[in-house]
Ligand binder design. Structure first.
Ligand SMILES: Cc1ncc(COP(=O)(O)O)c(C=O)c1O
Length: 400
């Protein structure tokens, strides 16, 4: 058929080969997926694991990434969402209904708590808070449907009593969902952990952090090992239309090759900083799960047996350092940039006032302003120098 120039631009004569061997898998971008014929159209099964019928349900690019994430985490099935928070929300909206009870750790990722409080107000879902290092504070009623775990909590870095909490939840058939962003599937296996080889039901991961590694892409995943749970999540995922871009998936896929090396480097650097920070007189407390003095350290030791501990370390300034002083410290840092998130190449710093962030009284946390350092890929000695300089500047007369 002879084509007009406009049509020829769209239906080009040359078709790229579909199967050539490359280091990175080919990138598929798709909203529409073209069916070969009406048989293929009518025989599509969009609820099957690798069905190609529409972009929101997945492409080879997104399935490749999803399978990789499931494998890293020790799971079987995965779904990808546009951000870590949307992956969290997918779990909440899938499993919680009016009248249910949900349990969250007091140190849970803040927006998860806010989302649940919103559900509480609108749908009468009771939000109950437990202390992650004391499984006795988890006292579910018969209405409890879901418990959120986070190991370690991403600001105060307590490592929870995962064994105690998961055993208790399982005894009452309560779903266990772990925010696995800190461990990233590398510090421990969420589907086979501890001496008793326990597992959570659902692992949520903000791929925005270590899998992306660039500080430039948002994505989240929900991994399970249970096909029935996966199908429930899969249907909700499809109903909500929360799909991701093929380009973003390909970028994260490309970064996975270096993830373990980056994670281990950042974990080692954070430990180096933690030991140095402990010697500095300005701080009243250093928070890091590998430190014996940190809350939940024995649980970390049992579960993260290979000794990994991500790239986060927090400090609490002595109470004499007021907001003005601590802001001056943060502003004086040059390598550490002021910003949310972690897992990227650039070290980040964030300032928190715990007074507004906790429901329960925590005797293990000292009074004072908290600063969290997220260690990037810089040399740890340069980062120490940066903090040392900023501490000196904080004390200059114009800041006092
Ligand atoms: C522990 C944890 N979970 C989930 C998220 C949410 O990830 P995202 O920023 O991709 O929404 C974050 C983000 O900071 C986080 O720290």
């Amino acid at each position: 058929m002879k084509k007009t120039p406009q049509t020829a631009l769209i239906h080009a004569p040359r078709k790229a080969p579909q199967f050539i061997s490359t280091v990175q898998p080919p990138l598929f971008r798709a909203s529409t997926i073209i069916f070969d014929n009406t048989d293929a159209l009518f025989n599509r099964h969009w609820t099957e694991r690798y069905d190609y019928s529409y972009g929101t349900h997945g492409t080879p690019t997104t399935f490749t990434l999803g399978d990789n994430i499931a494998q890293i985490e020790g799971g079987e099935f995965s779904l990808l969402a546009p951000s870590g928070l949307s992956a969290i929300n997918l779990v909440n909206s899938c499993f919680l209904a009016q009248g249910d009870e949900v349990w969250v750790a007091d140190n849970i990722y803040g927006p998860n708590m806010e989302h649940l409080r919103n559900l509480q107000t609108r749908y009468g879902i009771a939000v109950k808070v437990y202390n992650p290092i004391d499984a006795e504070t988890f006292q579910p009623s018969a209405k409890a449907k879901l418990i959120w775990l986070e190991a370690a909590g991403s600001v105060t870095l307590e490592f929870p009593d995962l064994t105690g909490l998961v055993k208790k939840a399982k005894a009452q058939s309560i779903l266990t969902a772990l925010d696995n962003t800190w461990g990233a599937g590398l510090a421990f296996n969420a589907f086979d952990f501890g001496n008793e080889h326990l597992n959570v039901d659902i692992s949520v991961h903000a791929l925005t952090k270590y899998p992306s590694g660039g500080g430039d892409i948002l994505m989240g995943s929900v991994v399970t090992r249970d096909e029935k749970l996966h199908h429930q999540l899969f249907r909700m995922h499809a109903l909500q239309g929360i799909s991701i871009s093929g380009d973003d998936a390909a970028q994260i896929q490309r970064s996975l090759a270096s993830m373990q090396i980056r994670y281990e480097h950042q974990s080692r650097s954070a430990m180096t900083l933690m030991h140095w920070l402990k010697q500095q007189p300005e701080f009243i407390q250093i928070l890091h799960p590998a430190d014996e003095a940190s809350a939940g350290h024995p649980y970390w030791k049992e579960i993260c047996a290979i000794g990994q501990s991500a790239g986060l370390v927090s400090v609490i300034f002595k109470p004499e350092y007021d907001l003005k002083a601590v802001r001056a410290f943060c502003d004086a840092l040059t390598l550490f940039k002021l910003g949310f998130s972690w897992g990227g190449p650039v070290s980040l710093v964030m300032l928190y006032d715990l007074k507004d962030m906790r429901v329960l009284a925590h005797t293990h946390l000292q009074q004072g302003l908290l600063v969290r350092f997220c260690i990037g890929l810089e040399h740890p000695q340069d980062l120490i120098q940066d903090i040392e300089n900023a501490l000196k500047q904080m004390k200059t007369p114009q800041n006092e």
